[in-house]
Design a protein around this ligand. Structure first.
Ligand SMILES: Nc1ncnc2c1ncn2[C@@H]1O[C@H](COP(=O)(O)OP(=O)(O)OP(=O)(O)O)[C@@H](O)[C@H]1O
Ligand SMILES: [Mg+2]
Length: 266
């Protein structure tokens, strides 16, 4: 198994693309670091890495011997294929190369001891999901969904995929949950609201929180300054911190008792 010195590896996943996985992964990682945990953030999206832009990092990692040193920013250690090759190169890779790149980013990177590693997964259920399920012991997956039914259908698929590979689903996060008008404060539920909570209940999965749809979240992500760090007093930061606290409690609960299957395939 790779990453023996990481206590908890958490995959941030969804069935569908563009629901905000990367934004959740980055802000959640920063929030966990603010809680005092030693946090790593791994970009498992080989075809479309998001971390360089969202963390504002453009340099190449140093190499020591045959190992790479992860980049550090916002209190965490991070690795992405986007630090190493330009996006167009990674775009043309095929399955086995994707799996190889991902394995290297786990096995040949000097992560050191970590309390938690957040893994930003690519959309869907492909090679990267399988690699993660097979090569590391995942504490579990956190599934991100928007409130629309169609996205929820895909979230269900994401949940099922992890169940099939026997990775526990730690919980569901509803992203773009509601919109608050910055001028008048009126709350609009653009994509409906609460769908993920209802769905989580139906699936017997914990609901870990909801993140509002906010211009500042998008602009902070684009600027490479995660909102949890750049505007820690904002409503948005508070929403991510709530999810982080629930996740931390969940991970500690898991460590507290030996019950519950710790399942690894391969
Ligand atoms: N709560 C939010 N409020 C406003 N904008 C958001 C929010 N969450 C994500 N976004 C924006 O939506 C876009 C898609 O988000 P992101 O890249 O995190 O999605 P993803 O699920 O990782 O996508 P992919 O499937 O392509 O990896 C980004 O421009 C991001 O800034
Ligand atoms: Mg992404």
């Amino acid at each position: 198994m790779l990453l023996p010195n990481v206590k908890n590896i958490v995959a941030v996943a969804s069935g569908k693309g563009g629901v905000g996985k990367s934004t959740v992964a980055v802000n959640l990682a920063v929030a966990l670091a603010q809680l005092g945990l030693r946090v790593g953030l791994l970009d498992a999206d080989i075809y479309g890495p998001s971390l360089p832009r969202m963390l504002g990092l453009a340099r190449k990692p140093d190499v020591r011997g045959d190992r790479m040193i992860p980049l550090e920013a916002w209190g965490l250690k991070a690795m992405s294929i986007g630090f190493l090759v330009d996006e167009d190169t990674a775009m043309i890779w095929r399955g086995p190369m994707v799996m190889g790149a991902l394995e290297q980013m786990m096995g040949q990177v000097e992560w050191g001891e970590l309390d938690v590693m957040i893994v930003d997964m690519p959309p869907g259920t492909g090679d990267a999901q399988l690699t993660m399920a097979q090569r590391v012991t995942l504490a579990g997956a956190l599934v991100v969904s928007t409130p629309q039914d169609i996205a929820l259908l895909d979230a269900r698929r994401g949940v099922k995929m992890f169940e099939r590979t026997r990775v526990p689903v730690l919980g569901l996060v509803e992203n773009m949950s509601f919109f608050c008008c910055p001028n008048c404060g009126h709350r609009s539920e653009i994509f409906g609201h609460g769908g993920a909570r209802t769905e989580a209940e139906k699936l017997g999965i914990e609901f870990l929180g909801e993140i509002p749809l906010l211009l500042e979240i998008r602009s902070a992500a684009d600027a490479g300054t995660p909102i949890v760090a750049s505007a820690p007093q904002s409503d948005a930061a508070r929403a991510y911190r709530d999810v982080a606290a629930r996740l931390q409690a969940k991970l500690e609960g898991k460590q507290g008792h030996s019950g519950g299957p710790r399942i690894v395939i391969s």
